[in-house]
Design a protein around this ligand. Structure first.
Ligand code: FMN
Ligand code: SF4
Length: 409
């Protein structure tokens, strides 16, 4: 193994947490939280990845409040979830890996009727594109009181995650969810202190980060996931992404995970390639179906996958900051890992390749595998809402019985 590749297997400190190596399983919605409850299949999914050698695995898409859900079958952080999630974190810890909970609020990206408000919340009011399918045609601009409440929900979510044994929380600020709606000029048209230039648009996300850091930052790593570019006309560019990263660095974030794109407007940017045409007809989940439908009109056709497809955009954030950064997007081989280390990133986040092969990190370490067999076909995205949950179409589907059984049952 080359020296730059070996560095990926050395420990990494992020805030109060030390990881055994620099590989982080990126959050990929597991489709394993029926009615909001973590299932035994969620335990199995993360246990396999922890046993397979990562430094930390991330439980995807945990809503901080009922109002913050995008859909019903999504982990919802409340006291009743703690025993179920504790089974997940215990299983991960048994194999020496860390566990992160991605904490999120969907804002207007929701298919669940709002609980606290008449309309789904967002940075600004007006027409809600997602409402085309959910019937919630209009979104509601958040007041300062709403922001105070939602920041409190993130704090409560982080504290519950800690109670459930998580070592880190990853605040989701990318992909078009609530905090990303504040950051994005496409969604944020505010004329008060929470809108305008990058600093104004980042004000609320930064406040959420500060509140979470204050509440749990001494005991847990506090990570932010951002879209370094939104990859669509009128959206944040890589230069804006670097500015956002600087603000999060100044606020004290322990690590940034550098993603890209928005669910509705630029999902190709997120995945680095188009979705196969035939997949559109097979997708039963409304979120994915709609993203694919809109993609037909808004996205470049037939974008071909290439390795490290976010490198150019992420380099700008690397150059602008000194803080720990995790590169994400199209890491396929041990050589890619070495290059990411050479480029000065601190960690490597992996999504699809670990869905394809849970023990890829160990396989890289021993030289058993030098390049992932994942074909980057994106078909696992359509598997998210199948009875067995997210899995690679080249492997064995998830166990539907485990996926219907609460983790602590
Ligand atoms: C099936 C699937 C589900 C995903 N769900 C989430 C999610 O819940 N939260 C998130 O931040 N990103 C999600 N992503 C995006 C990944 O975290 C990652 O950004 C993307 O797969 C690109 O990384 P990769 O090239 O290593 O796969 C998902 C990706 C896949 C394939
Ligand atoms: S379904 Fe396709 S993209 Fe997803 S893990 Fe399998 S090979 Fe990779």
């Amino acid at each position: 193994m080359q020296a730059n590749e070996s560095r990926a297997f050395t420990s990494l400190r992020i805030g109060p947490l030390t990881l055994r190596n620099r590989f982080i399983k990126s959050a990929t919605n597991e489709g394993s939280a029926r009615g909001g409850t973590a299932t035994k299949r969620l335990v199995q999914f993360h246990e396999a990845i922890a046993a397979g050698g990562v430094g930390m695995t991330t439980v995807a898409y945990c809503a901080v409040a009922p109002d913050g859900r995008t859909f019903i079958d999504q982990v919802t952080l409340d006291a009743a979830q703690v025993p179920h999630l504790k089974v997940v974190t215990d299983a991960v810890h048994r194999h020496g890996a860390g566990a992160a909970a991605q904490i999120t609020h969907g804002g207007c990206f929701t298919f669940v009727p709002p609980v606290e408000t008449a309309r789904p919340l967002s940075a600004s009011g007006g027409f809600n594109k997602v409402g085309v399918l959910s019937g919630q045609w209009r979104r509601q601009a958040m007041t300062v009181a709403d922001m105070e409440r939602v920041a409190g929900e993130f704090v409560r979510g982080a504290r519950l995650a800690r109670e459930a044994g998580f070592d880190a929380v990853e605040i989701h600020m990318g992909h078009g969810y609530l905090l990303s709606q504040f950051l994005s000029p496409l969604y944020n048209r505010r004329s008060d202190a929470y809108g305008g230039d990058v600093r104004g648009r980042a004000r609320f996300p930064v406040q959420v980060l500060e509140r979470v850091l204050e509440a749990v930052g001494r005991e847990m790593a506090v990570v932010c996931k951002i879209s370094v570019t939104e990859g669509t006309r009128g959206g944040n560019t890589a230069a804006d992404g670097a500015e956002i990263a600087k603000l999060l660095e100044a606020a004290g974030a322990h690590l940034l995970v550098l993603s890209a794109g928005l669910n509705i407007e630029s999902i190709t940017t997120m995945f680095g390639s188009s979705f196969p045409k035939e997949l559109r007809g097979q997708v039963s989940n409304p979120i994915v179906a709609m993203a694919m439908f809109i993609q037909r009109f808004t996205e470049p056709k037939n974008v071909q996958f290439h390795e490290l497809y976010q490198l150019e955009n992420s380099r700008k954030t690397r150059a602008a900051t000194k803080m720990p950064l995790a590169y994400l997007g199209g890491v396929k081989s041990l050589a890619n890992v070495g290059q990411i280390m050479d480029e000065g990133f601190d960690a490597i986040a992996l999504g699809r390749v670990l869905i394809h092969q849970a023990d890829l990190v160990d396989a890289f370490a021993t030289g058993r595998v030098l390049e992932s067999g994942c074909t980057s076909c994106n078909r696992c995205v359509a598997m998210m809402y199948t009875p067995g949950g997210t899995s690679c179409v080249l492997g064995t589907p998830g166990d539907a019985t485990l996926n219907a059984t609460p983790a602590a049952a």
